[in-house]
Design a protein around this ligand. Structure first.
Ligand code: MGD
Ligand code: MGD
Ligand code: SF4
Ligand code: MO
Length: 711
């Protein structure tokens, strides 16, 4: 492996973080350590631009607080007292405790838990190979993408769309429910290019005046969870004013006449009452879309983190069909490119292991699961042992009071493999030190773009850090788990995966650095038809036929011991037949009169970078953005310490007066560590884990709260 490492020079890699941009990176290396990081200018999506937090990655990689030794807990759970142990001792103990759990309650009492702290395919997903080989409980991944992906596929039948670089060729760029200035900077690179080169207009739909909306020509400020209403009114205007592309609809859509009838009552006035956006602004925005064939709708994740999120994503993508945008270069709707990569993941995940049929436990419901909710456990045994890689659920998972209670259980054994002593690691029995992306080999794919990128090992890790792959293989050996993937290096698995997918070899990819796998124009724009048997975009979605996984067993009753949310799982009204405002969001009540959104903070990435001083300095402290008139009505002034309470918990935040929301909407840019809040409770004490219909997921931006000055 060492042939790829040179102590000084430039290394080429991919940003491993959970960000749709997946930037191609050029990394200064000196004395075997990484320094300044730049965006690759030869990569046409990255185009030489990356975010500030990754540009200064040396601060994170060379951080004095990095974990460098395996540790064993020596005090009470969660107190943070650990003592160093050897790797052999740590691995033996984990294997022993896993065997013990298995003999007591069966293999399904072990739950390997992971997420996208690294997006490298081998390091992120290789843990599934161990799960499959041992028959442990499987992982139903749900915290991020499900409402968005499923909602997009409900129309197109496929998770792909026009080349995202075509944003640069649009005349109207519609940035819908995403905040790319903070969360995926490259969308802005291409949007600004369209503005500079073509005079394109930029529209931004959000629930607060985000840094992206600050740059918009057409700011569209709505209430949370009302995007379906806005989309319907836009389509109403398109039909009404003869701006719908009827010839396109006749050829490419399932039932445009039915939609037109349905939308007759979805007027701008109707939507104004729901969204809070004046009808005249809806009219003007709809008119701009209807008169601009090269309108590129870039739909993000944020607006789908509501209980009606999948319905809203489908409604937004339907606009591109009603206006016929898909036909034009620089037009259409794009969310993500998951479908174009088509990896053979057999070696990574052990998909050829026979009889993979254990229960799949819902990632977002980890609080319910660890506190023994029979429904969340799908009627099976309790979870008594976990290996956690690449995620920090004690900060990021919803319904946090239960998450904390679950992790505090004395009969739960937890091993956490981490780069830092996160709040999850602090709750562990064994902590293992993990490599960073420059310290191991892996393979990356773009979400918001179309590149495959190699991230080779560039430097030696500090101390005794080991990669996820190495830990999974070492445990497999101790647990008697069998699969060829346990006997290959990560580089060999990358090579196998590339070859099995028909994408050459790892050496070829290393020489090329990245591979552009963008499909041809006709395919990407669905000119040969949408991905359904009838070849049409489904304006009237058949949710049951959407080829996207769902939670194993829809819950029949609300989680116990907690006040129910607006519509407990399984108890919500049926999904609408057509694009609509599906009224299942956690609307404000007299008791909880505000709607809280927990939008991402610019200098953090979920809970990552909360350990780097320049990021915490920029974000300052956990704050609640509240409208000055709402604040005045409550007698709140700037900097007051506020108690914010939802049906699920309470959190302390400082007031920041900000007039960039509709009245009654409050925003807390997140995710600060729980301990950064006065009182030690973090933002996810307020959020709920009841699954979003019909694909699961967490409605992180859909919370009713009440607010009062503390003390
Ligand atoms: N700096 C930074 N970058 C990140 C992240 C981060 O935490 N910080 N997280 C990463 C991850 S894991 C992901 S999945 C992506 C997500 O990136 P995005 O696709 O950008 O989605 P979100 O970040 O969840 O939310 C984006 C915006 O949606 C808005 N929003 C919330 N509710 C609604 C609504 O009902 N309607 C509308 N129209 N807008 C709404 C929020 O205010 C926010 O400004 O970003 C990644 N990049
Ligand atoms: N309130 C609220 N909650 C949210 C969100 C929100 O918008 N609001 N966003 C949600 C979303 S979209 C997501 S995706 C989740 C994400 O939540 P997480 O997946 O937990 O993401 P991070 O907080 O970035 O934590 C990733 C952890 O992985 C570690 N890590 C990185 N690389 C490696 C590696 O190679 N090996 C190992 N072993 N560890 C590694 C990092 O040190 C870090 O602690 O949070 C969700 N939670
Ligand atoms: S914009 Fe996203 S992918 Fe690019 S460097 Fe920053 S976090 Fe990484
Ligand atoms: Mo995410």
């Amino acid at each position: 492996m060492n042939q790829h490492i040179s102590p000084t020079g430039t290394g080429y890699s991919a940003c491993p973080h959970d960000c749709p941009s997946t930037c191609a990176l050029e990394i200064d290396i000196s004395g075997g350590r990484i320094g300044r990081v730049r965006g690759s200018s030869g990569n046409s999506y990255t185009a030489g631009v990356i975010c500030a937090k990754v540009a200064r990655y040396g601060e994170r990689a060379n951080h004095p607080d990095r974990l460098t030794q395996p540790l064993r807990r020596i005090g009470p759970k969660g107190e943070g007292a650990f003592a160093p142990i050897s790797w052999d001792e740590a691995l033996d103990e984990i294997a022993g405790r896993f065997r013990e759990a298995e003999s007591r309650h069966g293999a399904e009492s072990v739950w390997p838990y992971y997420y996208a702290g690294t997006m490298g395919l081998v390091m992120r997903d290789g843990i599934n190979r161990l799960t499959h080989a041992k028959g442990y409980s499987r992982f139903f991944s749900s915290i991020c993408v499900n409402p968005a992906w499923g909602g997009f596929m409900a129309g197109t039948g496929k998770l792909a769309g026009p080349d995202p670089r075509e944003i640069g060729k649009a005349d109207l760029v519609v940035i819908w429910g995403t905040n790319p200035v903070a969360t995926q900077v490259n969308v802005m690179t291409h949007a600004i290019r369209a503005r500079k080169e073509r005079g394109a207009k930029i529209a931004v739909i959000d629930v607060y005046r985000s840094p992206t909306m600050e740059l918009a020509d057409i700011p569209v400020l709505i209430r949370p969870g009302t995007d379906g209403a806005l989309a319907c009114a836009i389509m109403h205007v398109l039909f009404r004013d003869d701006l719908a592309d009827r010839a396109y609809l006749a050829r490419y859509a399932d039932d445009p006449a039915g939609l037109e009838v349905h939308l007759a009552t979805r007027t701008p006035e109707w939507a104004a009452a729901i969204t809070g956006l004046p009808a005249a602004e809806i009219e003007a925005f709809a008119d701009a879309i209807g008169r601009t064939p090269k309108t590129f709708i870039r739909a993000g994740y944020g607006f789908t983190r509501s209980r009606n999120g999948a319905v809203n994503m489908h409604a937004v993508s339907s606009i591109a069909t009603v206006a016929g945008l898909w036909q034009h270069e620089g037009g259409g709707a794009f969310h993500t490119n998951g479908a174009i990569f088509r990896w053979n993941k057999q070696m990574i995940e052990g998909l050829d292991i026979p009889g993979i049929a254990t229960r799949r436990l819902d990632q977002s419901r980890i609080g319910d699961i660890l506190t023994g909710d029979a429904d969340a456990l799908l009627g099976g045994p309790p979870v008594t042992a976990m290996l956690i890689q690449s995620t920090n659920p004690v900060s990021v998972a919803p319904d946090q009071e239960k998450v904390r209670a679950g992790f505090a259980r004395e009969d739960l054994f937890v091993a956490v493999h981490e780069q830092f002593m996160t709040e999850t690691a602090r709750m562990a029995d064994i902590v293992l030190p993990a490599t960073m992306f420059t310290e191991h080999d892996d393979l990356y794919q773009g979400g918001g773009n179309q590149y495959v990128i190699l991230g080779p090992k560039l430097v030696e890790p500090p101390g005794e850090c080991r990669s996820n792959h190495d830990v999974v293989c070492a445990l497999a050996a101790r647990l008697g788990a069998e699969h060829a993937g346990f006997h290959k290096s990560s580089r060999a698995i990358v090579d196998w995966t590339l070859q099995a997918t028909g994408r050459g070899t790892v050496d070829e990819l290393e020489a090329a650095r990245f591979l552009d796998v963008q499909p041809d124009f006709e395919t990407a724009h669905y000119l040969k038809g949408f991905n359904w048997p009838d070849g049409r975009f489904h304006l009237k979605p058949d949710w049951a036929s959407v080829p996207f996984s769902r939670p194993d067993k829809p819950s029949a009753h609300p989680p116990s011991a907690h006040p129910p949310s607006a519509h407990p799982p399984g108890a919500h009204p049926p999904m609408p037949e057509w694009p609509d405002h599906w009224d299942v969001i956690e609307e404000a009540t007299d008791d909880f009169p505000f709607r809280l959104v927990t939008s991402p903070a610019r200098s953090f990435l979920n809970s990552s970078f909360t350990e780097t001083p320049s990021s915490t300095k920029r974000e300052k402290r956990p704050e609640l953005m509240i409208h000055p008139e709402d604040a005045a009505a409550l007698g709140i002034v700037a900097d007051d310490l506020l108690r914010v309470e939802s049906p699920r918990g309470a959190v302390l935040l400082h007031a920041r007066l900000f007039d960039g929301m509709r009245r009654g909407v409050v925003v807390a840019e997140s995710i600060w560590p729980n301990r950064a809040h006065a009182g030690g409770r973090g933002i996810n004490s307020l959020t709920g884990a009841d699954p979003v219909a019909p694909f699961g997921g967490a409605a992180l931006h859909d919370n009713r709260v009440r607010i009062a000055r503390q003390g």
